[in-house]
Design a protein around this ligand. Sequence first.
Ligand code: NDP
Ligand code: ZN
Length: 353
Amino acid sequence: MKGYAMLKIGEVGWIEKDRPACGPLDAICKPLAIAICTSDVHTVWEGAVGDRHDMILGHECCAEVVEVGECVKDFKPGDRVLVPAITPDWNSLEAQAGFSMHSHGMLAGWKFSNFKDGVFSEFFHVNDADGNLAHLPKEINVVDACMLSDMVPTGFHGVELADVQFGDVVLVIGIGPVGLMSVAGANLRGAARIIAVGTRPVCIEAAKKYGASDFINYKNGTIEDQVMKLTDGKGVDKVVIAGGTVDTFASAVRALKPGGRIGSVNYLGSGDYIKIPRVEWGVGMGHKNICGGLMPGGRLRMEKLGSLVARGHLDVSLMATHVFEGWDELPKALEIMKEKPKDLIKPVVVLEK
Ligand code: NDP
Ligand code: ZN
């Protein structure tokens, strides 16, 4: 089979590999549509997870099942499925402790295009099919379905980590596709005011539709100064970080009220340390919590988030701004994600409708 791979740090290309083997609990799937992620760019061009050789890229898609192992109960060849970016080993101790995304090691629930070949290939392997796949609801088209692999679950996880409550004033730093889903998630959770940080006009327009009321351009002065101006010096109850760098945490701590929470889902591709400003962190006693996490994957979450889309509570159709058709367009779609033109939110490649 052919797949689009990271050849080494900074280099991508088509390669040929054997079709993966299907274990008793597993499934082999073929993608119907695939989406490119900012994380693919971090992985290839920043080498953020370390060097990888001939590793097939991609962790966002919806798919058709082509083969299942003899112990798989709920899926059969021909089923159309949602595929989470994170596919934990559900029998691991970490999963039993509530952190399935770290099953068998930190971040090890993130297997596609990290510890094994990803989904940018004619066929891909899914471990623990009953625990990780979800049936694709008929109301969701293949382009929207790709947003459920990672963008919705990650953006929403930022909101969960920040513990957004009714009436909160929430700062969402970064309104690429992940941050947009954080805005939508904070809105669904009952935030009273959502202040969004970003500059791409297409993202600002989408963020307004998802519920953001105030906007900050991080190029026009510090985020914290602009937040204080907007909130009469009070600061915000919660911060979701979905963009920026290791230095963004300092701004988030400064913008946060005592007792507030920061939920970060940003992938920190460079820098050795995160600095926390001592005074604004209450000289160590400010009850300002900082929590960073990889999105939870698995079937239950896919089914629940999928039902939000299928039942019309969440419209993800604003996200796929660049839709391509056919495998040949995949390199172009990845290149666009790397270049991030101003009108881009998310590139998707449709293979079969
Ligand atoms: P994008 O690059 O599309 O969006 C990043 C956003 O951050 C943009 O709004 C950008 O603004 C803004 N930004 C850039 N620099 C700064 C800065 N210095 N200060 C404040 N804001 C800034 O990324 P995605 O939405 O695709 O992904 C967001 C992050 O989430 C990525 O790091 C990605 O790898 C990570 N991720 C994490 C996952 C997890 O499970 N934890 C899963 C998936 C993704 P502008 O409008 O100017 O571009
Ligand atoms: Zn992703």
